[in-house]
Ligand binder design. Structure first.
Ligand code: MCN
Length: 790
């Protein structure tokens, strides 16, 4: 393979995406205006669980400007079956039928009941008021433990239980490990429910194609290729006539890794009425009807020796599915199944996950998806072990770390980590934070009885990302392969077009893929155009989630670009009448070793390949290469974080004073982008730890239904991060790269909560749940002062 010296990879190339974004020239789905386009509004259930005893849209139809209105019954023949769940994690999983519009019964507040189509959005929205619906309320269950009790209301009567599945994993002699242990620590953690808040809510424009009975769907999605598959299966339109376009997408954080009812409804109605249909979610619909994240109860036990060596871990998880399965709902906790052993080497591990239905919005992927939960549980309980043994939390971690390795190494959960070097990240973060100095300050403030106490919290994490190998995904019953595809084309001008199957929505793939291609072909990033997010121009792809884009899709670009460089070298050798082996390639120029005057640029070669006049005999003209890349393993970024908080013990308010992180995602393509990903990721983790929580009342009403009640932190709540990196290449892929898109969100919540608990140690506090809001912290302090009673 031709390897050009790297010029742009690793450099801080400014994001090519940003000028359009910051000057308002981005092309959001809501900017799309098509001739004859009508607008859709969705009537949603105000009840968490009810029978629909009467539904009549006729008065809505009489409103001026209203073109149509539909119920589930009206559209019954337009869609092949219930909405798909692509990850039925066990063979005997219970899954309810989930229709784009509820049939006879609604199962959560926000469930779609009927739609109105009108000339404009406001008319459609107003006409919803004229739809007559009678509901007969049914019993509601919002709490997972209640849901599993005998006699509890059933979310779906026909399933005969609120238990969806039980997914077990056991490796090694777990009983034996716990029998032998000197110390057993047992704790329960609550992963509160979270609401993803992408800046751009969901939006859809469906455009029927009268000439071939096909459909074009513009949708604010992370997964246009997966949406194409689903639309084709549900409508029966052959997939080559289904075009799905993800225009500029304003964030997703997992919530747009899905296939939603509104995508189906807009498609079906556009085909029925033969006009384009637009639907744009408003923020309160977003809170009710786009998926939620987390919502788990974690019972975790850890067995150790009196010296602090871990012998075994048992994790029993309950995961709230909400009322239905969305695209990968049941698989989300299973993504964490292999990660509750964290960065520690020991012999015995068991994990069980019970999936539970409740009358709430369905859960699904939210940044980290399964891995933040696992990292939180193990990083909290390791801290508790340190407390139990009166050891320093850094030392107990170090004692159980893997020795550094750079070849695949089997973990207690039976998978293989690719490469880890934990001591260097821990040493570096301790040094950056001046750990000794912090402990000294803490001692002093404790002695002085300072009402504002200092807390220092650790997290040493790894995570599983780069979601691929197709065979492994299939063995986990995941409903999609894991490869990624790329095409690299060099035109006669020497300019380059890269077609990628990834679908960026904030991650800067255009810049990163341009850097990778520029280095392989000796051009500049500005010479490279990256095409993505449109199944017509980028037909093969499996999209963006699970921090897979660089370790799978970026590697595919690298491989395709190098194939092009290899062909260019053959043509250059022919042009120079030299042997290929004697050619050197530097700065976009092929020259004969020892005779630098004999040279051609890759642009000359591109022109020659285009004209087809001087290519080696038997070689096709043109400079194009395709790649499908399916890696042999996942990748495992890792890191060590220290969070420093000040907790006002009189008001309960926590301030994150400093945040130190050393992360390792292998070689970095673009440090500006990686810093941005880590910053955003940590912010989202701090948000979970201290601020955000979706709350339902006992009737299943979403109490935190807007940004007024759902506390999203802003810049004033967040510290300046002090970050560094180490570079431990992955043996999984030829670039050695690991993903970074979720690492910050995975590493940070336990660091923050461990810091809050550390600050409250003088009060004897050993536990607090997320979010550690001022009220919760204050109540915890009062309870500790009263000997445990709140
Ligand atoms: N990168 C790099 N060097 C590395 C690793 C990554 O330069 N060693 C760069 C990549 O080239 C790419 C970016 O970092 O430009 C992220 O790459 P990767 O880690 O492969 O993650 P993905 O692109 O697959 O992004 C998915 C990830 C996920 S799962 C969520 S959720 C998330 C996240 O990205 N949602 C985001 N980051 C987000 N950022 C924004 N702005 N908006 C979202 O919705």
């Amino acid at each position: 393979m031709t390897e050009a010296p790297e010029r742009y990879v690793g450099g801080g190339v400014p994001r090519k995406e940003d000028p359009a974004l910051v000057t308002g020239r981005a092309n959001w789905t809501d900017n799309i205006k098509l001739p004859g386009m009508l607008h859709m509004a969705v009537l949603r259930s105000p009840f968490a669980h009810a029978k629909i005893t009467n539904l009549d849209v006729s008065a809505a139809l009489e409103q001026p400007g209203v073109a149509a209105a539909f119920t589930a019954e009206d559209l019954a023949d337009d869609w092949a079956g219930p909405m798909p769940c692509a990850w039925p994690v066990t063979e005997d999983i219970r899954m309810p039928d989930h229709w784009p519009l509820a049939k006879d019964e609604v199962n959560f507040m926000g469930d779609a009941v009927a739609v109105v189509i009108a000339d404009d959005r406001y008319t459609a929205q107003d006409a919803l008021e004229f739809i007559e619906v009678d509901y007969e309320p049914l019993g509601v269950v919002v709490d997972m433990e209640e849901a599993l009790k005998e006699g509890s209301p059933l979310v779906h009567e026909d399933l005969e239980s609120n238990e969806s599945f039980v997914w077990p994993l056991e490796v090694g002699d777990v009983e034996g490990a716990f029998d032998q242990a000197d110390v057993v620590v047992k704790e329960r953690y609550i992963q509160q429910r979270l609401i993803p808040n992408a800046i751009e809510p969901r939006a859809v424009v469906a455009q029927p194609e009268p000439t071939n009975d096909g459909i074009t769907l513009y949708t604010a999605t992370q997964v246009p290729h997966i949406v194409r598959l689903m639309l084709s299966a549900g409508t029966g339109i052959p997939d080559q006539r289904v075009r799905v376009v993800a225009p500029d997408v304003g964030g997703g954080f997992g919530s747009k890794l899905n296939f939603y009812a509104e995508e189906i409804l807009a498609t079906n109605i556009a085909r029925r009425l033969s006009v384009p249909i637009k639907w744009v979610e408003d923020r309160s619909e977003n809170y009710m009807a786009t998926i939620h994240g987390r919502d788990q109860i974690q019972d975790i036990e850890l067995a150790a020796t009196s010296e602090g060596r871990i012998l075994g871990v048992r994790a029993n998880i309950m995961a709230d599915m909400g009322a239905y399965m969305q695209l990968v709902t049941p698989g989300i906790p299973i993504l964490g199944a292999f990660m509750y052993c964290g960065v520690y080497q020991f012999g015995a591990y068991s994990f069980t996950c019970t999936g539970v239905f409740t009358n709430k919005t369905p859960t699904d992927a939210y940044r980290g998806a399964g891995r933040p939960e696992a990292a939180y549980a193990i990083e909290r309980i390791v801290n508790s072990l340190a407390r139990e043994l009166n050891m320093d939390p850094a030392e107990v971690r170090r004692k159980n770390f893997y020795e550094p390795f750079d070849e695949p190494t089997t973990t207690p959960a039976g998978i293989q980590y690719d490469s880890l070097n934990l001591p260097i990240v821990l040493d570096r973060v301790l040094e950056m934070a001046d750990y000794e100095g912090l402990r000294e300050e803490q001692r002093r403030r404790r002695e002085e009885g300072d009402p504002v106490q200092l807390g220092i919290g650790f997290s040493t994490y790894t995570e599983i990302c780069g979601l691929a190998p197709s065979q492994v995904l299939a063995s986990l019953r995941y409903g999609a392969p894991g490869w990624e595809s790329a095409t690299v084309r060099m035109f006669g001008s020497g300019k380059v077009e890269v077609v990628t199957g990834t679908s960026p929505h904030g991650q800067g793939h255009v810049t990163s893929w341009s850097q990778i291609t520029a280095d392989a072909l000796g051009v500049t990033p500005d010479d490279v155009e990256v095409i993505h997010g449109d199944t017509a121009t980028s037909p093969h792809g499996l999209d963006t989630y699970g921090s897979r884009s660089l370790p799978v899709g970026g590697v595919a670009v690298h491989l395709a670009a190098n194939k092009v460089a290899d062909k260019a070298k053959k043509i250059a050798a022919h042009m120079l009448e030299a042997s290929e082996d004697d050619l050197e390639f530097e700065g976009g120029r092929f020259s004969v070793a020892g005779s630098p005057d004999q040279n051609v640029t890759i642009k000359d070669v591109a022109s020659t390949a285009f004209w087809g006049t001087n290519v080696p005999e038997g070689m096709e003209p043109g400079l194009t290469a395709d790649t499908f890349y399916d890696p042999p393993n996942f990748v495992f970024p890792f890191g060590a974080h220290i969070c420093v908080v000040e907790v006002d013990t009189e008001t309960g308010k926590t301030r994150v004073r400093d945040y130190f992180g050393v992360d390792d995602c292998g070689p970095v393509i673009n440090p500006i982008i990686v810093d941005g990903q880590v910053h955003g990721g940590i912010a989202q983790g701090i948000a979970q730890a201290l601020y955000e929580e979706a709350i339902y009342d006992e009737d299943g009403m979403l109490v935190t239904g807007s940004m007024v009640d759902y506390m999203i932190p802003g810049a004033p709540e967040l510290p300046n991060y002090t970050l560094d990196r180490t570079v431990t290449p992955s043996p999984t892929n030829p670039m050695g790269v690991k993903g970074i898109g979720e690492a910050g969100t995975i590493g940070s919540p336990p660091a923050v909560i461990n810091a809050v608990i550390d600050a409250l140690e003088p009060f004897g506090v050993t536990h607090i749940d997320m979010p550690a809001s001022p009220m919760r912290v204050w109540e915890t302090i009062q309870a500790a002062k009263n000997g445990g009673d709140a």
